[in-house]
Design a protein around this ligand. Sequence first.
Ligand code: COA
Length: 268
Amino acid sequence: MNIDYEKIADGALMVSEALCKTAKDLYRSGRDFIKEVRYDTEAFRQRDPAATSTAEILLLYSGLHARTAHRLSHKLFKKGHTFSARLISQSAKFITGIEIHPGATIGRGLVIDHGAGVVIGETAEIGDNCTIYQGVTLGGTGKNVGKRHPTLGNNVMIGAGAKVLGPLTIGDNAKIAAGAVALHDIPSDSTAVGIPARVVSVGGVRIANDLDQIHIPDPIKEELSALRAESEKLRRRVIKLEKAAASAETPDEKKSATPKKSTKKTEN
Ligand SMILES: CC(C)(COP(=O)(O)OP(=O)(O)OC[C@H]1O[C@@H](n2cnc3c(N)ncnc32)[C@H](O)[C@@H]1OP(=O)(O)O)[C@@H](O)C(=O)NCCC(=O)NCCS
């Protein structure tokens, strides 16, 4: 039997080249992964005054854990491994209380502070250096298909409990106040408050009063005031009518009323 040593050598060379490439790729992606996690950790240090050390953030911050798990699940999702991607995201949700769909696209330096109850939908896009507090939803309205979740620019802040719903855009450096519900685009450098969220300032300059969502008229109070005014009007009218009726009584009627009293007296 003739052994073709040349062919075996070629095959071995090809295998070693492939192994080398895989090792290099793994090294590169591992190095990039560590670089990104380090960047995220630094973002927590800068934006959370309560953070005392890098070790504390790495070990105890659920926002960082959820985001790191999302880095892995997103990679799998993009390669079509949807089940394993979902498995990672659901496990991360179970541990951290933060649900980030593997399909969501997220930039560097996302800080999810406290985190519990945060939900980030499949087609949501988040720019760099954004901050999200507990109870935030980047969700859909149920009316859209395809792209149905919000797009956040860079340096956006979404306050605790705020809901940002639909395929709307939140511009760079915008702030969505705690408890707000954003349903329409919010421009860059602005602050939006209330339900539905209205822009109250752009670039630090206050917007006119017609956009005031703080001193909103209370419709029930207004209705009660209108009813009270109406009943007062009716009461005055009744008094006026009673007076008019009394003065309209004829002298004969008055006379007939008086003898009745005197009759009673004589009877007694
Ligand atoms: C909106 C926010 C970012 C402040 O932004 P800002 O641009 O500095 O805005 P201002 O403080 O000047 O407030 C502008 C107006 O919005 C009102 N406002 C501020 N926050 C509001 C809120 N959450 N809901 C309703 N109105 C709010 C202010 O009272 C003010 O009204 P006025 O003009 O009648 O006085 C801040 O109030 C906020 O909500 N931060 C969220 C932080 C958070 O979630 N922390 C959780 C930590 S656990």
